[in-house]
Design a protein around this ligand. Sequence first.
Ligand code: GAL
Length: 664
Amino acid sequence: MNFPHLIYGGDYNPEQWPEDIWIEDARLMQEAGVNLVSLGIFAWSKIQPTQNEFDFDWLDRLMDLLHAHGVNVNLATPTASPPAWLVRGYPDVLPVTDTGATLWHGSRRHYCPHSISYRKHAAEIAARLAERYTNHPALKMWHVDNEYASGVTECFCDASAAAFREWLKQKYSSLDRLNESWGTTFWSQHYSDWEEIHPPRKAPAAINPSQQLDWARFNSDSWLACFDEQKAILNKFSPNLPVTTNFMGFHKPADYWKFASHEDVVSNDNYPDTFDPEWMVQSGMICDLMRSLGDRHPWILMEQSPTHVNWRQRNPTKRPGVMRLCSYQAIARGADGVMFFQWRASKAGAEKHHSGMLPHGGTDTRVWREVKALGNELPKLDSVLASQVKADVAIVLDWENWWALELDSKPSNDLKLLPQLYAYYKPLFDCNITVDFAHPESDLSRYKLVIAPNLYMVNDSTVKNINRYVENGGNLVMSFFSGIVDQNEQIRLDGYPAPFREMLGLLVEEYAPYPETLTNTIRATNGRSFECMLWSDVIHLKNAKAIASYEQDYYAGSAAITHNTFGKGNAFYVGTVPDKNGMEWLLEQVCRMADIQPISTNAPAGVELLQRVNGNSSFIFALNHSNEKVNVPIERRGSDLLTGTEINGSVALEPSGVAVIQLK
Ligand code: GAL
């Protein structure tokens, strides 16, 4: 990315408005400091009203108008919402559910990623746009489609079935290998012809889990193939412009590690529910994922709401200052741009009750004033551009493991990955320890501490990587139900968790999950006692030592949390889900052992601290999420880029206040 200021703007849908409003839009964008808009995301039927008719005149005028007002364009391929003529002429575009029902036109994202007609027409409109606008001076970035794998996450039509078979042939090359990997001797599922294989359509009972897992992989690959196809076209016409597609945080159906590696810049849509008192933690975790997906390079907050959304059961307003706080949180966690859905609140359609930067009430509104103030403030942070956030702690996240872990027919279907990631993330967030997310096969040696919650499915390369990390001196926390199956979702025999038993110094003999109403307690070696829930591993110690043991049930007195030294490193194993206090106690000890320092040890409660670094320049972001005025100790001298105030010892923050301190 090559922008002189932090990016500021939003989705712009001018096709919803008469042309005389566009001039006012451009003028107000300038007034609000908008320097980039995402244009045309849902404009397919406006650009191509019928199959043989293209209308670019209006878009030409808009691009020129925006350029004249200093507003750059992130031009979208409008392929997330196929026009009615396309669906009517080529019904194979429409997606089909696992029970064979067709999903119809009238909303958006109504397409099957395997439909040849869809792919052909999507490629054509992408090429037409690229050819026409590649040299337009307003064009600075390409935005492909919108939120891949949302709405429709998978399609079960016959074309999808055929594509699935092709994908399987590529992967296994022979039916023998497929039968072996899927374990088809079970329940008489053996295949003797590729044509016998179907997507996991609705069936009477549990469907083959290996088949389901391959189906998840296949679907994620298919969405990525749609992106790749368009990206190749855009690259051909605009070899020097970045191409992105907007992510949706922890979105299960699409493997974002793969997606991110095909993108030029990571961008994300983030809509925290501010009724949730922990919204800033959830949202911080999403920001950290985005930074990690892009290998710490700056990313873009592509969409957030200026105030309320309209798609939750009840939709909170963002109270005064909260939109600004959300924006700075993203920047603090590595974003170089803050954008919104959408510029002007719609008059018609399903999103007319969603907020816009420019509300229905116009410019004499709180929201507009906050939007304008932020846009005019951000240029003070030019020196922050391209700086990076460094973390000493990583939480392991693997989409394939996520899919496998949450397939049905498990010891407990209550076990879900995200709450477990969150349980480890939250105490670290609370004490201002910055966390990356890491793929289990990536280079972990740059982290002092690696946390692997429920890493149920591991391939051989992950096994090697994690064992080597500890052996070479790393500190690992691994939680229950890890290392259980291989990449085909088949049990790794020889006692749980077979590939990590030696490193962890223990054997898990059985799992004992709990119903929602039951808990146990664990007592730590220092005498403290904590509640634990969801699951207990019944552990036999080999070389490891217990640092907490169960107090109740038939395994009372046996180890619940253990520590082992392996090679030069330390391996902790957590056989259950400790409560909040237990988790804080555990992470405090582990962080001490791994020599992890928070950004500050004495920040007041509710204050979020982050650091961005660029060569010799270092910036501390302080965000006050509490309702109190606070004084935040800052151990080094600096100046607040937002106010120009010299900082010597501490900075005072109003409720929802922010400071960005460039250190001396
Ligand atoms: C996003 C989507 C936007 C808009 C927004 C509303 O998920 O990309 O087009 O619908 O939600 O919050």
